[in-house]
Design a protein around this ligand. Structure first.
Ligand SMILES: [Zn+2]
Length: 404
């Protein structure tokens, strides 16, 4: 069994140890050491990383059965005695968040009467789940204030092993214990005068080392609330990024940082007004365009034929134009737009009886496709690449088909 030195000392980053076993874990080399400061994944905390004799440690896990700590490596190590070094920023991040979690959990109990039911720590997010469906914003502020007071009071954090008798007399909040906890009793993390929690993780020695505890957001799921938070260096990075974003937005909007929300609200109102004005203008433009097209229409007996070709015109607007023209009496409409995905619209007013579907088939055949269809009074199709000249030829063919 590996002696787990991190239980009593979270701060040692370099150490020497003897290799007692070489094994393979999923085709990767791994070593068992007689003693280790590397924390293996467990209890909601990811493992430590670092190097052993200069070779990268890619995973650390507990072997089921004998609970030996397996250090999975990027390559093999040859020596019997190896020099080990922990990835310290990663370890410190875990220590800050694990201790921060104990404090935040206690703060939610004291201020909101809410209990923590689970804890999750990964490089991307840190969360606890509370057994209540809701936390009011002002309650959350008081929880944060409470937690950060504990940080600023720089209280002592200590770990010790207690036996069953002492456990019975102690007000210990039990979280699920890691089942690989290799101790003769129960390991309890005490924050001086505040909290005692059964835990197998790594922690800072004084609460001041956490720096800050900041809740980022609450998310409700069924009867629980997920609390996302950051401590220490991660909280600083988060603040730096968000402060940068706030300054950037303020500069974009040429307002002060605290006026950004107001400026965005104003922009939303302006945008809504502009959109509705645009809609009215578009409708008027289509009406005007329809009038222009009607004055230059071909005439076959009593029927006017509006034939027009566009280049890369928006199909929705083309459809609106056709719709507007079909409201006129005795009118046939042959519209097309050229481009990578050409589109044809064949339509007529209700008082006529031409089969526009047949006319469309005729025109599509000229373009070498059959993709399209519709009703006798309105049909559309296309989807192939075509030039203005090719569309013009296709529409002429359709017109001849209708009026030969
Ligand atoms: Zn802990």
């Amino acid at each position: 069994m590996t002696e787990r030195l991190y239980y009593d000392d979270s701060y040692t980053r370099t150490f020497e140890a003897r290799v007692v076993e070489h094994v393979d874990v999923d085709d990767r080399p791994a070593v068992v050491l007689d003693r280790t400061y590397f924390y293996p994944t467990g209890g909601g905390q990811p493992c430590d990383l670092g190097t052993i004799d200069g070779v990268a440690v890619v995973d650390v896990l507990t072997r089921p059965g004998d609970h030996a700590v397996l250090h999975v490596l990027a390559g093999r190590v040859a020596s019997d005695v190896v020099s080990c070094e922990l990835d310290w920023p990663r370890r410190l991040d875990h220590m800050q968040h694990h201790t921060g979690q104990h404090i935040l959990t206690r703060a939610f109990i004291e201020v909101a009467g809410a209990n923590t039911v689970s804890f999750h720590l990964s490089p991307d997010s840190v969360t606890i789940d509370l057994d209540v469906p809701e936390i009011a914003p002002d309650t959350l502020s008081r929880v944060e204030d409470y937690a950060n007071q504990i940080v600023q009071q720089n209280r002592r954090v200590s770990a010790r092993i207690i036996d069953a008798d002492e456990f019975a007399g102690l007000d210990v909040r039990m979280r699920k214990m890691p089942d690989h906890l290799e101790t003769d009793g129960l390991r309890v993390i005490e924050i001086e005068g505040l909290d005692a929690t059964a835990c197998g993780g790594t922690h800072v020695a004084y609460t001041g080392e956490i720096g800050i505890i900041k809740v980022l957001k609450l998310e409700r799921s069924a009867q629980e609330t997920r609390v996302e938070f950051r401590c220490g260096q991660r909280a600083l990075h988060d603040y730096r990024a968000k402060n940068g974003l706030a300054n950037q937005l303020a500069a974009e909007l040429t307002v002060g940082t605290w006026e950004v929300a107001q400026a965005v609200a104003r922009l939303k109102v302006d945008l809504k007004e502009a959109r509705s004005a645009h809609k009215v203008a578009q409708a008027r433009l289509i009406e005007y365009e329809a009038g222009e097209l009607l004055t230059s229409a071909d005439v076959h007996g009593e029927t006017r034929v509006v034939r027009a070709v566009f280049d890369n015109r928006d199909v929705v607007k083309l459809r609106a134009l056709a719709g507007h023209l079909t409201e006129k009496k005795a009118t046939v409409i042959l519209l097309g737009t050229a481009g990578e995905k050409a589109h044809l619209i064949m339509a007529r007013s209700q008082d006529l009886s031409y089969d526009m579907n047949a006319a469309l088939k005729q025109a599509l055949a000229v373009l070498g496709t059959a993709r399209g269809g519709g009703r006798p009074e309105f049909a559309q199709g296309g989807g192939v690449a075509a030039t203005v000249g090719e569309i013009e030829a296709a529409l002429q063919d359709a017109e001849q088909h209708l009026f030969r």
